[in-house]
Design a protein around this ligand. Structure first.
Ligand code: SF4
Length: 230
């Protein structure tokens, strides 16, 4: 048996399948050179961790693939699993408000992804193993987008991208890098829905991100109800 076949059998992916004139699905760990088509096919057919069993569909990401801003959350929820797009539920609407407050808009110079691409059952937090197994997909997305800044939304994204542990309240006060890309840590919108008092801190984090991107400081928000601070 060839080494390659043995590897695929070990991963439970033999016999290998392929689409006519389409990229061949590869497990995340074998994706250093995948283009967007290859990434989409691989994620859609991935069964590398137990999360595949409960998904309606894998959710790769959405937005401008040449964006300067990249936002990374935890994993798809029920609505994301149904619609195939990250951050489309209540947390997604809050993220859209946070983007607007930062002078950004979903799909315009913004790319949004999650650490894990399949919905965890009952929306539980993905395990460390699940995050680590799925992480090569996110790493490849970052390599393809080549953003100027990454915003990690919540502890799972921060820990996965920084390769460290720590309280989010501490991580968000520090300046980080993913490789040579500036990385800002802030609260996940789902957390902010449960803890609206921390929206002010999230607003400050995004102001800090904006300042790291350019000399343009954030203007004080007037409290119209369409930002993360209200
Ligand atoms: S969560 Fe990631 S590693 Fe797990 S099955 Fe889905 S795409 Fe594959």
């Amino acid at each position: 048996m060839k080494f390659e076949e043995a590897r695929w059998r070990e991963l439970g992916l033999w016999p290998r399948w392929s689409l006519r004139q389409a990229p061949v699905a590869q497990p995340a760990s074998l994706l250093p050179e995948a283009d967007w088509d290859g990434l989409e096919v691989s994620v859609a057919s991935c069964r590398q961790c137990p999360l595949h069993a409960g998904r309606r569909q894998a959710v790769l990401g959405t937005g401008d693939r040449n964006a300067r801003w990249m936002f990374v959350g935890e994993g798809p929820g029920a609505e994301e699993d149904q619609q195939g797009e990250p951050f489309v539920g209540a947390a997604g609407r809050l993220l859209d408000q946070m983007l607007k407050a930062t002078g950004l808009k979903r799909g315009e110079d913004v790319y949004i992804a999650n650490v894990v691409k399949c919905r965890p059952p009952q929306n539980r937090t993905p395990s460390l193993d699940e995050c680590n197994t799925c992480l090569p997909y996110l790493r490849r997305q970052i390599a393809l987008v080549q953003p100027d800044i990454i915003v990690a939304l919540g502890k799972v994204a921060a820990h996965a991208l920084l390769g460290c542990e720590g309280a989010l309240g501490t991580l968000r006060t520090r300046q980080h890098h993913y490789g040579d890309i500036p990385l800002v840590v802030t609260w996940h919108p789902a957390y902010l829905l449960r803890n609206p008092a921390d929206k002010r801190k999230a607003w400050e984090d995004l102001c800090g991100a904006r300042q790291r991107m350019s000399a343009n400081p954030c203007t004080p928000h007037g409290g119209s109800g369409d930002t993360a601070t209200t």
